[in-house]
Design a protein around this ligand. Structure first.
Ligand SMILES: [Zn+2]
Length: 260
């Protein structure tokens, strides 16, 4: 597969892929602040995007702009939400609909309808959406991607286990949705070059990382950079992140811990 080079940074405004986790009614958390966003702040952020003329693109549209030569809107963002927490339906989705914004939610295929069991140090592991909820949101226009089968650190797995996580989650989610699942997100942002190549081999179109940076500086659709929006981001902090032409920052591909 060949990819056109990304739109060069100086000639275009930054295009950001925003990363959220839990969006809802949360008191100020003591820890893991990057994993929470209060719904009131989320709504302010969506309002800001609209006021400032940002187009909220789907990952398909973003891919077309970044890698297929489509013109990049003057101001644009993509909204991604990791893990598929059940309260997305109650809080974030109605707000997204109200503001006419698309979003992609990444699901852990073996944990649909269960709890976020990988959060082993949390006193209460939050509930994840079940298949009926996922199908309902799909009908209402929400996009879904894969966040692997069990939310592992891929680089710590053997090649066979990595393949299973990447390929089997795609198949399982396509069965749930009755539609293609072209987008992948590396759990914990942890990936190796082998995992990246398996994502491409499995037939995904994009994969998102936790590398910080404007997405139009990404040179590979399987290593898309994102900007995490966390509990502390009021609308000023949000605006700063949005407009910052951040260079790539953070953990890129790591070596596999198991040779084969
Ligand atoms: Zn995750």
């Amino acid at each position: 597969m060949s990819h056109l080079p990304p739109v060069s940074a100086p000639a275009s405004p930054p295009m950001s892929i925003l990363m959220y986790h839990q969006i809802g009614l949360y008191p100020r958390p003591d820890a893991h602040r990057a994993l929470f966003c209060h719904i009131d702040r989320f709504r302010s952020q969506l309002r800001y995007l609209k006021l400032m003329g940002f187009e909220v693109l789907s990952l398909a549209q973003a891919h077309a702009c970044l890698f297929e030569g489509q013109p990049l809107p003057k101001r644009s963002v993509v909204i991604t939400v990791d893990d598929g927490y059940d309260d997305f339906r109650e809080h974030a989705w109605p707000a997204l609909q109200e503001f006419g914004c698309s979003a992609t939610v990444y699901l852990v295929s073996d944990l649909i309808g269960k709890t976020a069991s990988w959060l082993t140090d949390w006193p209460h592991q939050p509930q994840l959406m079940d298949a009926a909820a996922v199908r309902q949101l799909k009908r209402e226009g929400c996009d879904f991607g894969s966040h692997a089968v069990t939310h592992p650190r891929l680089s710590m797995l053997s090649a066979a286990e990595q393949r299973r996580e990447i390929f089997d989650s795609k198949k399982a989610l396509e069965d749930v949705l009755g539609a293609p699942v072209p987008d992948f997100c590396y759990p914990y942002g942890d990936y190796s070059l082998r995992a990246r190549d398996l994502v491409q081999e499995a037939g995904y179109r994009t994969a998102t990382t936790c590398i910080r940076g404007a997405a139009n500086l990404s040179d590979n659709p399987f290593e898309l950079t994102r900007k995490a929006i966390s509990y502390g981001d009021n609308v000023l902090g949000f605006a700063f992140k949005l407009h910052a032409k951040q260079a790539r920052k953070g953990q890129a591909a790591v070596p596999d811990r198991i040779a084969s």
